[in-house]
Each structure stands twice: as structure tokens, then as C-alpha cells.
Design a protein. Structure first.
Length: 420
């Protein structure tokens, strides 16, 4: 993404006449759906090995725990390179940069599919993680720039819908395909999807300029901007809390005697997440702060239900719905908040958010593993609940900058969009 002024904003948004000859802007849905597919590819590429570990382990002749590190090395690649690559490519035109990032996914997934050497597979996964770091620092801002100011929240929601779709539908579908035709076919299918996406981006997504040398933001000054640090803190702790439970959800459900329902529960979680994204997209321009507090509270209530009433199956499903409703809009909320707070340094702020997001994911896997070995899976909901307390406190405290009651908008464009 870039915070430089657009060179050709008119080409990015469809228009239609309004009463009195005034033009009303609309979302460029075809372009935004391309970005949503890019988000889907990044999310599914990261999590796909989780459902294919036994078969991958046999073919690569390593243990399942070692094969599981293909997820970890992806997150490491993202965390290590998001900030330096964002700085290095700040001057690139946005479309060229997005095409390059998606090309990295095609390369990484292809090598993963054909490799029989574990070390080569790990290197390919690292390359895919690097591409993810580049893409994540770009996609949120790209979606914002494709829409008029009063529709930016909805644009972000459309783009970020790729996350719950990948988690709720993509992972089960990839696992089924891997069981049916082999895990290598699942990764080759990801490559084929990415090739189609490259053509889609080339044809349908408007281009935007990068930043001039004098306009490129620096990281340390960005941290001093009011509001940036609170959003980054909330990102780190909220994602850590979520990942502790989500990364081990199959183990947790198995210990409850619901292991056979894991797929259905993930589907319920994904459906609730999609509903959350729709709600956030409709209300984010005027309710960012309230939605963030509400999301954290919903996840906290879900954790409390799982902690004290997990022996009642119906309440496990109810907690899953609350968890999805609370979590689904979080990526949109946090990326919007950090972009608003960062202002002219939004690129640097987004890169730091991407880095901390992946640090939290890796940390969630590590902390969850320690809790599982030392206490047991019943500790997961309590850990989530404990971590969400400072999240709620920081959001409530950051009312002036970070999570203001109303997003800053251009007055002339402040009026809400017509109902869909």
C-alpha cells in the first residue's frame, strides 16, 4: 500500500448519477474480490499443511512434528521480511508489487508440491512466507485506496473476507483434495488458483503509484505517532490469544469428546466470522471503537463459556458462534485503526502490524504447546480470557488516538453510503 496521493483516482471507482447531477461513488467490487482472493491465497497457503501433515510426513520422510514446522517457517519468513521489504519496495507501483507478491506464492507452492527433500520444502515455505509479508503490508491499504473515503471500511471488509473463507472452507477443501488425490495436488491447485489470480489482477485491479523518496516513512518515528502503539499492542495480544486456542482446536475438541465434529465446528466458526465481517464493513466508519470493544468482549464470553461449561455440547457450539462473531472483523478493524493512526506513515505502521501479527501466531503455537504439555487443553480458554483483559483495557483507554469513537473522515464525504 501507499499513502502517496493517487495519480488516477477516477479510474478506481465506478460512478453513477445522483439527484441534482452530483455523482455518487460505489465500491469497485470486481477489483476488491481480486484482493479478497489474494487474501484467501495468503491465508490458505499458510494453514494448508495442517490438514496434510501425515501424508507430507511420509513422503518427506520426517516426523509429523518436523513437518508441522512448515507452518512455523512460513510465519518466520513473514515476520522477518515484512518491514524491510515494505521499505525497500515503497517506491514500486502498487500493481507491480502485488503481482510480484502473488508470483512468490505461485513459486513457493509449486516447489512445495514437487519437492521430495525436506530442506527444499522448508525453503519453499520460507519464500511463500516472504511473499505473504509483502502482500499483507500491501493489501489492506490497496483496498482502502480503491474506495471513496466513506466506503473504505466496506472495501476493507470485502478484501479481508478471504481470511475466514480460507479457514472455514479452504482448509477442509484442501484436506479433502489431499486425501483424495494426494497432498501434492492440493498445493498444485493453489498454484493454479494463483495463476488465474495473476491474470485477474492484471486485468481488473487499478494501479496506484508508490511513494517518493522524501515521503517514505521511517519505523521509529512511526511508533511515536499517537495511536500507533496501542493498536500494535492490541494486535499482538489479541492475535496471541486467538491463536492459542485456534492452533490447537482439534486437540481441544478431541479432549472434549468432539473430535469427530471438528470440521463442522470450524464451519460454524467460519460462517459466524463472515457475518462479523459484514457487520464490521457496514458500521466501521462510525463505530470502529465500539466494534473493537464488542469483538474482544464476544471472544472473552466465548472463552468463559468454554472454560466453565464445555461439558454441554450446545454451549460449545454457542461459544463457537460468539468466537466467530467477535474475531471475524478483527483483521479489518485493526488494519483500519493502524492505517488511520499512522496517517502519512501508514505503510510503516501496516508493516509493523503484519510483523507483530505473525510473531503472535508463532507465539500462540509455542505458548499453546507449552500449556498443553504442562496443564492440558482445558487451560486454553482461561489463557484466552486472561489475555483479553489488557486488550479491552487498552482499547478503552485509547479513545483519543488509536481507537477513537469516530474515524477521521473528509467532511464532504462523511455521509453514510446508501443501504445495500
Amino acid at each position: 500500500m501507499s499513502t502517496a496521493p493517487d495519480a488516477a483516482p477516477a479510474a478506481a471507482v465506478a460512478r453513477e448519477p445522483k439527484h441534482g447531477g452530483v455523482e455518487q461513488q460505489r465500491l469497485p467490487l470486481f477489483a476488491l474480490l481480486a484482493l479478497a482472493t489474494a487474501v484467501f491465497v495468503t491465508s490458505l497457503t499458510e494453514t494448508l499443511p495442517a490438514g496434510l501433515l501425515p501424508a507430507m510426513s511420509r513422503d518427506l520422510r520426517v516426523s509429523e512434528s518436523a513437518t508441522g514446522q512448515t507452518v512455523t517457517v512460513y510465519a518466520i519468513g513473514t515476520a522477518l521480511t515484512a518491514i524491510p521489504l515494505t521499505a525497500a519496495t515503497a517506491g514500486w507501483r502498487r500493481k507491480r508489487l502485488l503481482l510480484t507478491a502473488m508470483g512468490g506464492f505461485a513459486l513457493g507452492n509449486t516447489v512445495t508440491a514437487v519437492s521430495s527433500v525436506f530442506e527444499v520444502t522448508m525453503a519453499a515455505r520460507f519464500v511463500a512466507g516472504v511473499a505473504a509479508g509483502l502482500a499483507w503490508a500491501l493489501l489492506a491499504g490497496y483496498a482502502r485506496r480503491l474506495a471513496p473515503v466513506h466506503l473504505q471500511g466496506k472495501a476493507m471488509a470485502v478484501a479481508m473476507a478471504g481470511i475466514p473463507v480460507a479457514l472455514s472452507l479452504g482448509v477442509p477443501a484442501g484436506t479433502f483434495l489431499g486425501d483424495w488425490l494426494g497432498w501434492r495436488v492440493a498445493f498444485l491447485a493453489m498454484t493454479a488458483l494463483t495463476v488465474v489470480l495473476l491474470a485477474w489482477i492484471f486485468a481488473a485491479v487499478p494501479d496506484h503509484p508508490g511513494q517518493g523518496r522524501g515521503a517514505r516513512p521511517r519505523l521509529l518515528p512511526t511508533l511515536r505517532i499517537p495511536g500507533v502503539t496501542p493498536v500494535l499492542f492490541v494486535t499482538l495480544v489479541f492475535v496471541l490469544a486467538h491463536t492459542i486456542l485456534y492452533a490447537y482446536i482439534a486437540t481441544y475438541l478431541d479432549d472434549l469428546g468432539l473430535g469427530g465434529s471438528t470440521g463442522l465446528i470450524l464451519l460454524v466458526f467460519g460462517a459466524a466470522s463472515l457475518a462479523s465481517i459484514w457487520i464490521v464493513g457496514a458500521r466501521i466508519n462510525r463505530r470502529l471503537r465500539g466494534l473493537t470493544v464488542g469483538g474482544a468482549l464476544l471472544v472473552a464470553v466465548a472463552a468463559l463459556l468454554l472454560a466453565v461449561l464445555s461439558d454441554i455440547t450446545a454451549l460449545v457450539y454457542a461459544a463457537t458462534v460468539l468466537w466467530g462473531l467477535g474475531w471475524g472483523g478483527v483483521p479489518t478493524l485493526l488494519q483500519t485503526a493502524v492505517g488511520d493512526a499512522g496517517g502519512e506513515s501508514a505503510d510503516a505502521a501496516q508493516a509493523m502490524l503484519v510483523t507483530l501479527w505473525n510473531v503472535a501466531m508463532a507465539g500462540g503455537g509455542i505458548v499453546g504447546g507449552i500449556l498443553l504439555d504442562v496443564i492440558g487443553s482445558e487451560s486454553f480458554p482461561w489463557a484466552v480470557l486472561l489475555l483479553l483483559l489488557p486488550v479491552i483495557a487498552v482499547v478503552l483507554h485509547a479513545r483519543q488516538a488509536g481507537f477513537p469513537a469516530r474515524r477521521p473522515v473528509v467532511p464532504a464525504e462523511e455521509s453514510p453510503a446508501p443501504a445495500a
